[in-house]
Design a protein around this ligand. Sequence first.
Ligand code: PLP
Length: 359
Amino acid sequence: MTRKILLNPGPATTTQNVKNALVVEDICPRETEFGDLMHDICDGLLEIGNGQKDYNVALFGASGTGAMEATITSAIGKEDKVLILTNGAYGIRMTQICENYDISYGSLFEYGDYTEPAKVKEALTTKQYTHLAFIHHETSTGMMDPVDELVAICKALNIVSIVDAMSTFGAFPYNLSDLGVDYIFSSSNKCIHGMAGLSFVLFHNNQKEALMANGRSYYFDVYKQWENLQKKNQLRFTPPVQICYSFMAAIRETLAEGVETRWERYKANWQILYDGLLDLGFKPLLPLDQESKILLALKLDGKEGFDFDHFHDYLYKRDITIYPGVMPEKATFRVAIIGDLYPDDMHRVMEEMTGYFSS
Ligand SMILES: *Cc1c(COP(=O)(O)O)cnc(C)c1O
């Protein structure tokens, strides 16, 4: 099997071991053996986030947006109002979920804005909000939000915090017990390097009562999903069986590498692309101090005659996948270093890209 270098922000390049783990004997997911696997997955996720002491896990057969929808519809009650930081496509997605469920919300920031903690604090002190929801790493721009400061503001003001950690969890070193965030969610196919099909919500012990009272979705009910696994040793609905085995292999690999080590690897990979693409004349969308070091968005304006699709196809034929930008009004393309990728891969990417521009 040819090893592909995926620079799209997940599903990512996986190891052969994670691929092989998909092939398992047929099993009914209601068997104890499978229930034990679900618990092992939850324990592994808590270990990745250093949240064993204070957090619980609800697993869903769904893409990442499922976990987003589950958290928003389970955490926010009928009398509540959430402030959503809409500085990118994923923050905007949260507002769309609120629209669909008639959840009351306000929004702050425009596409590409930095989520200035002072402005968030000012908005929250108006007292109209009970919850704050934001994206730790806005995968649409590559911006890293100041998660520590934002959660600390919530704690000081008694606001419930909801963090989308989709494109950080597994690579960014969280200490959830110190951070004290109320809800944080992610999926199997980003920085944990598993296959797509599972997403998960980690919630703080102190949110159980709120969850019991507020759940308004049938399938995406965080409390019921968690409780069912505790009481019946199975998920409420059919899980993607083979994906679960493969995800467990990816979790083990994450823990074996160590999140801190993975984070250093990501930053080293990112730097190679950043230096190389700037050498090729591209300009980054963001100032350096806002960059996540997980994804890099590059501007297309000022690149006379550059055709993204042609560039994409040239690289795709050479087993490298790059990713278009997300907002048409900000013409960009994106490269993410999420996945089982190493500096040698990044050097190969830069060789092929340099080859394209010199041919
Ligand atoms: C990938 C991603 C999601 C979820 O996307 P799915 O396509 O549903 O998996 C949500 N938020 C962020 C920040 C993401 O990067």
